[in-house]
Design a protein around this ligand. Structure first.
Ligand SMILES: Nc1nc2c(ncn2[C@@H]2O[C@H](COP(=O)(O)OP(=O)(O)O)[C@@H](O)[C@H]2O)c(=O)[nH]1
Ligand SMILES: [Mg+2]
Length: 454
């Protein structure tokens, strides 16, 4: 049997035994699972994200499988039956990112007992998790207690038979009664579709419902546009450019007129896509550009330049926008898995946008995407979305981040890996469009009033 070196998730260096023909079944036996569950008062279940013998014993693989999955527990199985590991309540975020985590802990368990050791002490400024290039949970001597994954050497060596990472899920996940009503059947899907197709702005002043999707890179803005198109096309299709890069995959300003069917008549709904807000200064669009889009100055196809916002000197700049160019509603798009962990730069940009867009008198709503990634019940069926406690908490977190009432926030599930449409997913997408159109009406009313004002 092949062996290679890897540190196990505690202070003991180990050698990994490479298993051949591994399958993706949890290595965790019932007894150990029970012991680990007790660390969370029994109210959790574990969902396997990564298994070393299956995915490969590499830190890159762990990062790939486990980043942004919420609370995770890493479990290492030693040859002598000892189970060791650690838990991070905020999960893996990004390599080399330090995250405050007051409830992070490491543990050891064997047949007779399990020991949980908090990585929190009161003596230090804050508690942290750090990820470098190897696997090890330890206490950092410099910056408070750290749940750390580093590569330093220690005496003694043990065989690590297996290494797994599980997402920790709340078993009280589904509420007894939904916190919002949602009918999920074919009839409802058709009704919602019909109401979008027959939508007309309530005033002649506004002919189109131009809706701008704004949010961090990767939140799912382009995917939402593609998902809306898919619902009306009757099959999953990609319209807006969707991507996974850390920098925005969408680099141009594009507006998509939604058609009632594939090749069918245009509806008044126009969804506008733009570059996302970056996590660093130059990785995405800045607030100024978003405001220019909203006011209608941005020409179609404009290529964003993060180091230089558009100005009146830019090619194609719309000097005197009419109501036709203006945005009637802004839909903020946030990733449910990241809503509580967006970097400061993104949080500040969102807050600034909220204030400045409100000053412009443009109504705002928010869409919470990636809901299937934070709640298994939603991944199984989108109709569970309003029964999910996790999603409810995420919606409240989004409300807090944006300073928006919860009634303006809708959780959705975009089409990302599916090849076929699904009724519940369609209903979530259509309900989001329905909410957006209600807010477009508010914009139209404002325009009508200002037209008739003396
Ligand atoms: N599982 C899941 N993946 C999503 C969802 N929305 C978007 N994605 C994925 O997230 C990545 C970024 O999406 P994209 O639409 O390009 O984000 P944008 O930068 O906001 O336009 C892509 O890989 C999408 O397939 C969602 O609701 N669920
Ligand atoms: Mg995009």
């Amino acid at each position: 049997m092949k062996k290679s070196k890897l540190k196990c998730p505690n202070l003991v260096p180990v050698t990994v035994r490479h298993l051949t023909m591994a399958t993706l079944h949890p290595h965790l036996d019932r007894q150990s699972e029970k012991q680990l569950c007790m660390f969370f008062n029994g109210n959790v279940k574990f969902s396997l994200l990564y298994k070393g013998s299956f995915h490969g014993f590499s830190f890159t693989e762990i990062q790939y499988k486990c980043t942004n999955q919420g609370q995770i527990i890493m479990v290492g199985y030693l040859e002598d039956g000892l189970v060791l590991g650690g838990c991070m309540s905020k999960g893996l975020i990004n390599q080399n990112t330090t995250v405050k985590d007051e409830t992070a802990f490491r543990f050891s368990a064997d047949q007779s007992e399990s020991v949980k050791t908090s990585v929190t002490t009161v003596n230090f400024e804050y508690n942290a998790i750090r990820f470098d290039s190897d696997l090890r949970f330890q206490q950092s001597s410099v910056r408070g207690n750290a749940l750390s994954v580093t590569g330093s050497q220690l005496e003694g060596e043990k065989i690590l038979e297996e290494l797994e990472v599980y997402r920790v899920e709340d078993t009280c996940d589904l509420l007894e009664t939904p916190w919002r009503e949602l009918t999920s059947n074919e009839e409802k899907r058709n009704l919602l579709k019909e109401s979008v197709v027959s939508y007309k702005p309530p005033t002649d002043v506004v002919s189109q419902a131009r809706v701008l999707l704004v949010g961090p890179v990767g939140a799912g803005k382009s995917s939402f546009i593609s998902s809306v198109c898919s619902v009306f096309h009757g099959r999953v299709s990609i319209q807006a450019m969707v991507g996974t890069a850390a920098r925005s995959f969408t680099t141009k300003f594009r507006s998509y007129t939604i058609k009632a069917a594939r090749g069918g008549e245009a509806t008044p709904l126009v969804l506008c896509d733009m570059m996302g807000l970056g996590e660093t200064d130059l990785s995405g669009v800045r607030v100024k550009d978003v405001l220019h889009v909203i006011k209608g100055h941005m020409p179609e196809g404009y290529k964003f330049n993060p180091s230089e916002p558009i100005s009146s000197a830019s090619k194609g700049y719309v000097e005197e926008p009419t109501v036709k160019n203006k945005i009637a509603c802004v839909a903020f798009v946030l990733d449910a898995g990241r809503v509580s962990a967006y970097p400061e730069l993104v949080q500040e940009a969102l807050k600034e946008l909220r204030l400045k867009i409100s000053d412009l008198g443009v109504p705002q709503v928010a869409l919470l995407t990636h809901t299937d990634e934070v709640c298994n019940s939603v991944a199984e069926d989108g109709k569970n979305i309003y029964q999910s406690r996790v999603i409810q908490n995420k919606v409240y977190a989004a409300g807090k981040l944006l300073g928006l009432p919860v009634s303006c926030i809708v959780p959705v599930k975009n089409y990302s890996s599916e090849l076929e449409l699904n009724c519940s997913t369609d209903i979530l997408i259509l309900s989001a469009v329905d909410l957006i159109l209600q807010y477009v009406d508010m914009f139209c009313d404002e325009c009508e009033m200002s037209k008739s004002a003396p």
